[in-house]
Design a protein around this ligand. Structure first.
Ligand code: ZN
Length: 355
């Protein structure tokens, strides 16, 4: 029997706290600290293990006091594969190497392969959504890969068309999934599009159209997450050496012209000029105020300082304290600490705002 995890009522506060999506998995489920880690549990026991891991990570979010929770992507070996696992014509088991993300972080990455006609044969992520909804009455966000990032993470072995054509095909499949998630009670459906900060011209030429197609008429709050990548070593090395942080001037300007409701961006670990938030007037902003590339836990005051800077450009009722990206690579202790810092930092600023 599922006993809902209940905590204090959802705060009626302007600045809310949430995370981008993923959380670390328990060490008994998958090797911590690496992406695409294999399952440690035999296939026959996986469903039960996923349910247990989801229960733990929902409990940790509720205990920390997050206003909007996720399933922590506990059932996904990779954030793109969580959706692709359920799509006919795609092989997420026998992977291929492909240059991805414009080779910004590495030469090649293991990716799923397109081996037939891609087809949506029914909801892929509704079951994990319902599992979370049985555990808490907090609003639940579900993350999907954005179509542009999805096709960047897929090797087309059947020659289905140009990469733009393929993105439109997957946008339609993602749209089916988004509508199913909305019907099943998802408070937010978020599309993860880190490629919008890499392939700037392609994002303008067709990526933004594909994103709109994926989110159109979803029937719930829609969001997009655009970042500079997870907190792995190769990504943190790139960030340390990078001097050009102008990508958001292009990507956020594109999103501003859509009817996407929420935009999640990275500012803690990147040298982004926060003035770029001016482009997002009228949107809800999930401000990345917690660095996912370090085990060091931010203090509530650090989070509050970053939120105050955000308030120069975003109305409090449109602002959420958020992580820069997923926390999948961090230790569970650091993830819990960072979630608490988000909540406590938001509470500090809310008190100043007299809420
Ligand atoms: Zn990210």
């Amino acid at each position: 029997m599922n006993v809902p995890i209940r905590a204090t009522p959802i705060r009626a506060s302007p600045i809310r706290a949430t995370i981008v999506g993923s959380l670390p998995k328990p060490g008994w489920l998958a090797e911590p600290g690496i992406l695409q880690a294999a399952w440690k549990v035999p296939p026959a026991d996986l469903a039960e293990a996923w349910a247990d891991a989801t229960r733990l990570c929902v409990a940790s979010q509720v205990a920390a006091g997050l206003d909007v929770v996720t399933d922590g992507e506990q059932r996904r070996r990779h954030y793109v594969w969580g959706f692709l696992d359920g799509i006919a014509g795609v092989d997420t088991e026998t992977l291929a190497l492909k240059p991805t993300r414009g080779q910004r972080f590495r030469k090649e990455t293991p990716v799923a392969r397109l081996i037939g006609e891609p087809e949506w044969r029914g909801p892929v992520l509704v079951e994990p959504l319902l599992a979370v909804r049985a555990l808490t009455d907090r609003p639940v966000k579900v993350t999907l890969p954005g179509p542009m990032t999805l096709v960047d993470s897929l090797l087309d072995e059947v020659g289905r068309g140009s990469v733009a054509d393929l993105a439109m095909i997957f946008a339609d499949l993602l749209n089916c999934e988004a509508k199913a998630l909305a019907a099943a009670g998802a408070a937010v459906v978020q599309f993860d599009e880190p490629c919008f900060n890499i392939h700037l011209d392609a994002a303008r030429d067709w990526g933004i159209v594909a994103l709109q197609r994926a989110s159109a008429g979803a029937g719930t709050t829609t969001g997009v997450h655009i970042c500079y990548g997870y907190g792995g070593q190769e990504v943190t090395d790139w960030k340390a050496a990078n001097r050009d942080w102008s990508h958001y001037e292009h990507s956020l300007a594109l999103v501003a012209g859509t009817d996407i409701d929420q935009v999640s961006i990275e500012t803690a670990a990147a040298g982004v000029d926060i003035g770029v938030l001016e482009l997002l007037r009228g949107k809800d902003v999930l401000l990345g105020v917690v660095d996912v590339g370090t085990e060091r836990v931010e203090t509530a005051n650090e989070v509050a300082d970053r939120l105050r800077r955000g308030l120069d450009h975003v109305a409090p009722e449109r602002l959420s304290a958020c992580t820069d990206c997923g926390l999948v690579l961090r230790s569970r202790a650091a993830a819990v600490g960072k979630m608490r810092a988000l909540v406590e930092g938001a509470a500090l600023v809310n008190r100043e705002l007299a809420f």
